[in-house]
Design a binder for this molecule. Structure first.
Ligand code: KG4
Ligand code: ZN
Length: 334
């Protein structure tokens, strides 16, 4: 069982052997935060308190599991909003003590990475090149084995999802920005505006999206524009940089067997399409994966359970009550 409360989703999942999803319950706070155009941490935390136990009960009910079926309890330890994280980690601490289950703290981004193991039956092949694109993070990793991640590149300013959210706000498209932009972009001309693409120095696998966002802001201030065209051109600029840097990384590490896309922005259909096209052309032998369900792209607890399973198997080899992590070691700030 895993709990995820790092931002504005109260989520509990039950996953068998890190892959088979028995329950994946998500109480989204989107409607609540749409009123303020973004997440207010105190409001999010209060909502987590209200939703935590009903979501937990629903997960047990949906999976038809009882507490004896649960081998261990995992929770997101960070990064995220501290007041939101505390609700999930404290719930996990209590379950661990009262029900005598091993406690597994999971780093949120490693959770996103393991979303590509959910509902996958065949063996995933290492080494893997991973592009994580979310509201709070944007990195390129080389993963040589379970829980062995090398950072190849990261954002120097905004994450891709953050850029989607900020541009959506500029265009008056509401929150969250990613789905709103990708929807209206379908009606726009992606070649209408040639927005800047930050390639940075030659060969760099880092990202930067703040210049692109400023460029949209400047255009909107002075010109008469069509929102769909701006959205489509902006999306195309983000997709071009993300997919091209992924291909550049592959050229630097041609031993890679699989390429994975993870995080909220992995729900973006245009991004999936362009990566599929580019790798189909330049590296057809490489397997491209994105999360099998849209609900595994944005924050969810199934991915936390998957990461917890592989972390625990690597570190301890199996689940047993003697492996319970003492509460003091569950420090969400580390
Ligand atoms: O992974 P996630 O749920 O939360 C973080 O860990 O940050 O990602 C949320 C981000 C938001 O910025 C949202 O705008 C973006 O994912 N997103 C999308 C799409 N769906 C969600 N961005 C682009 N296209 C989408 N279809
Ligand atoms: Zn996330």
């Amino acid at each position: 069982m895993a709990i995820e409360t790092s931002c504005d989703e109260t989520a509990v999942a039950i996953v068998e052997n890190g892959r088979k999803v028995l329950a994946n319950v998500i109480a989204s706070q989107i409607d609540l935060h749409a009123k303020t155009g973004g997440v207010v941490p105190e409001v999010a935390a209060r909502e987590h308190v209200l939703k935590m136990l009903p979501v937990l009960e629903e997960a047990l009910e949906t999976s038809s599991c009882n507490w004896d079926d649960i081998d261990a309890i995992a929770a997101t330890k960070g990064p995220g909003l501290i007041s939101s994280l505390i609700i999930g980690t404290e719930t996990a601490n209590v379950i661990s003590c009262v029900k005598n289950k091993p406690l597994i703290p999971v780093q949120h981004i490693s959770g996103h990475i393991y979303s590509n193991w959910l509902d996958v039956e065949e063996e995933v092949q290492f080494p893997i090149l991973i592009l994580t694109v979310s509201g709070g993070h944007n990195e390129l990793y080389l993963m040589r084995s379970h829980f062995d991640f090398e950072v190849l590149g990261e954002t120097l300013d905004d994450a891709a999802g953050e850029a989607f959210d900020k541009v959506a706000r500029i265009l008056g498209l509401g929150y969250p920005g990613g789905p709103a932009i990708s929807k209206i972009a379908l009606e726009g001309d992606s070649k209408k505006f040639n927005f800047p693409k930050a390639w940075l120095e030659k060969g760099s696998l880092d990202f930067s999206f703040s210049g692109l966002k400023t460029s949209v802001l400047n255009l909107v201030k002075k010109d008469d524009f069509n929102t769909a065209d701006v959205a489509a051109s902006f999306q195309e600029a983000v997709v071009e940089v993300l997919s091209e840097k992924l291909l550049m990384a592959y050229k630097q590490y041609p031993e890679v067997k699989e390429v994975h896309l993870a995080g909220g922005v992995s729900a973006n259909k245009r991004l999936r399409e362009v990566i599929t096209e580019k790798f189909g052309k330049f590296a057809p032998a490489v397997k491209f994966r994105h999360p099998k369900s849209m609900s595994y792209c944005t924050d969810n607890a199934a991915m936390i359970a998957a990461a917890a399973y592989f972390k625990w198997m690597k570190e301890k080899g199996g689940f047993s009550v003697s492996n319970i992590v003492p509460i003091a070691s569950f420090d969400i700030l580390c």
